[in-house]
Design a protein around this ligand. Structure first.
Ligand SMILES: Nc1ncnc2c1ncn2[C@@H]1O[C@H](COP(=O)(O)OP(=O)(O)OP(=O)(O)O)[C@@H](O)[C@H]1O
Ligand SMILES: [Mg+2]
Length: 249
């Protein structure tokens, strides 16, 4: 479904992807790991055609993803309806006057039918039914994250790009999302920091190093059980708090 071939990406002078290559097959669930600033969000934005590599190429179902190719109406529509991205900060995704409008916005753009039915279904699944008339700016962090997620899931994309979707969720919503994502047929690329959650959802993991290189691409259990690799990736940490002093959070 996705092929990334030797891409380089820079923000100004700062290189944030360096010679990255990997592919994601249809139906595959892939986790994306790496310390803060390693380039997870940038990589998801590249896969979502929001930014473009200066060198190398990204193919989506065999079509090259470029600024130019996305100007083609048909390809843009096909790509935008196939791919949904949840941003790390849901605030930038929420701009409608009510949760109901937020959930139905994408459907309206696609001139979809059965709006009420779909909104009510997804609101119920994400425990948002009582919030439908509320303004998204007046919601809690976790509620906003659930609204942003529902506004993507309602479009039933075949490729889901999720940037730290668990960061504001309580245990109940986290449990629900794990079950939901594991049962999903869609292809999934999910950036997160919690290995235990990742193991429940994904089979494969790509790990980015601090200097923005892919240092592991393979079986998630193999990576999770290899302490040397975890330490090298900065994902296993020695600290001096009250709990166990050597830990992967
Ligand atoms: N819009 C931008 N302009 C310039 N530099 C940026 C921009 N966005 C990110 N960067 C830089 O690119 C690098 C990678 O950032 P990115 O957001 O992809 O990391 P991340 O792995 O998602 O980090 P985190 O775990 O904190 O979310 C960082 O060094 C960051 O400072
Ligand atoms: Mg990020």
């Amino acid at each position: 479904m996705i092929e990334v071939k030797n891409i380089y990406f820079k923000y100004g002078q700062e290189q944030v992807q360096e010679n990255a290559s990997f592919s994601v097959s249809e139906g595959e669930k892939m986790a994306l790991f790496g310390v803060n600033g390693s380039g997870k969000t940038s990589l998801l934005k590249l896969l979502d055609g929001l930014i473009f590599p200066q060198k190398g190429e990204i193919l989506f179902e065999g079509h090259k993803l470029t600024k130019q190719s996305l100007k083609d109406k048909n390809f843009r529509k096909e790509f935008r309806t196939s791919v949904g991205m949840l941003f790390q900060n849901p605030d930038i995704m929420l701009f409608n006057p009510s949760v109901y409008d937020e959930l139905s916005f994408g459907l309206k753009q696609l001139e979809s039918t059965k709006l009420d039915e779909k909104v009510n279904y997804w609101a119920e699944r994400l425990n948002l039914s009582s919030l439908l008339s509320k303004s998204p700016v007046k919601l809690s962090g976790g509620e906003k994250q659930r609204v942003a997620l529902a506004s993507i899931l309602i479009l039933e994309p075949k490729l889901l790009l999720l940037d730290e979707p668990f960061s504001s969720l309580d245990p109940r919503a986290t449990g629900w999302l794990i079950d939901f994502l594991s049962s999903l047929d869609s292809t999934l690329v999910i950036a997160l920091h919690n290995m235990e959650l990742a193991k429940e959802i994904a089979d494969r993991v790509i790990v980015l190093s601090e200097n923005h290189k892919i240092i592991f691409n393979g079986d998630i259990n193999e990576f999770a059980n290899d302490k040397d690799k975890l330490v090298k990736a900065g994902l296993w940490h020695r600290h001096s708090g009250k709990g166990p002093h050597f830990h992967n959070f």
